[in-house]
Design a protein around this ligand. Structure first.
Ligand SMILES: [Fe+2]
Length: 294
């Protein structure tokens, strides 16, 4: 990788917060009427009825159309455990190519075992249009979008950098919330610490866009901060907190966390790039619940 994206460019970023899953979907672009990337789109899913809806995704579509944008890329920072991806729906409506970190293959292998998927479930990432290596750049009009490998929460996690904006995925949360959990299969607190150092070594004014916000009581939802603010105030990873202290804290905290409500539906859809499992003979697609496994 020889290209280094200009830090001077300051793309336009619009975030859509989904209050059902605490997830932020982003649309990023340089100029109106130009190409854009959509990052981490949400498909609404009701676990009580097993029904999906496209209310959240339709807001993104409305934004893209009203700004005259062309979708170049639909990116996932990782195979999310808390929401289903709307990537296939958005691709059908707006075009664009889907992409995720190349190590998604490791995540697919693990969950193919957990869900006992049939041999026709490919674990080569071929469900996505593009698999991205660390440092790889994608064109976005006059800008470049750079993929940065940031493992820890999952082994395949990526952040995406466009000019002075970085979409951090599940690494850092807002300074008063801290960091992402590292106890999912393939997660590793030591790796997350190193990934965060990589993000925090960027220039202090770099804009950081969170994948989620879980605001403490009394604070409104917020999902944009800067490297400087994180280094000064992140409760888990501010300057001066070393790897051993972080790993101790993160491991102890993870031991207290329940599984996300949607982990089982979400992961088995998201490792298929957001497609549902193939329909059975009656035309209905089913999700599986492995008992006493997670
Ligand atoms: Fe996540």
């Amino acid at each position: 990788m020889t290209f280094s994206p200009s830090m001077n460019a300051s793309p336009q970023v619009h975030g859509f917060f989904d209050s059902g899953t605490w997830t932020v979907t982003y649309v990023v672009h340089a100029e109106s009427g130009g190409p854009c990337a959509i990052i981490d789109p949400v498909l609404d899913y009701d676990p009580k009825s097993g029904r999906t809806r496209t209310t959240s995704a339709d807001q993104v579509i409305e934004h893209v159309r009203s700004h005259g944008l062309q979708v170049a890329w639909i990116l996932e920072t990782h195979a999310h455990a808390d929401h289903l991806s709307a990537a296939p729906y958005l691709k059908a409506q707006l075009g664009g190519q889907t992409a995720i970190g190349a190590k998604i293959t490791a995540v697919q292998k693990v969950f193919k075992g957990i869900f006992n998927l049939s041999s026709d479930f490919a674990v080569d990432g071929s469900q996505f249009d593009r698999l991205l290596a660390d440092g790889e750049c994608l064109p976005l009009g006059g800008l470049q979008l750079q993929a940065l490998s940031v493992p820890g929460h999952t082994p395949a996690c990526m952040a995406y950098r466009v000019g002075d904006a970085v979409f951090v995925g599940d690494t850092l949360f807002m300074p008063d919330v801290g960091s992402a959990r590292c106890d999912f299969p393939g997660g590793d607190a030591r790796s997350l610490y190193a990934s965060v150092q990589k993000i925090l070594s960027l220039p202090p004014q770099t804009r950081l866009f969170m994948c989620h916000d879980y605001p403490p009581e009394g604070r409104a939802v917020k999902f944009e901060t800067t490297v400087a603010e994180q280094r000064a105030a992140n409760i888990h990873l501010k300057d001066g907190i070393g790897e051993a202290e972080f790993v101790r804290m993160r491991t102890a905290r993870d031991a207290t966390l329940a599984m996300p409500v949607l982990i089982l539906p979400a992961v088995q859809v998201n490792i298929r790039a957001g497609e549902m499992p193939p329909a059975e003979a009656n035309g209905v697609a089913y999700l599986k619940i492995p008992l006493n496994v997670l």
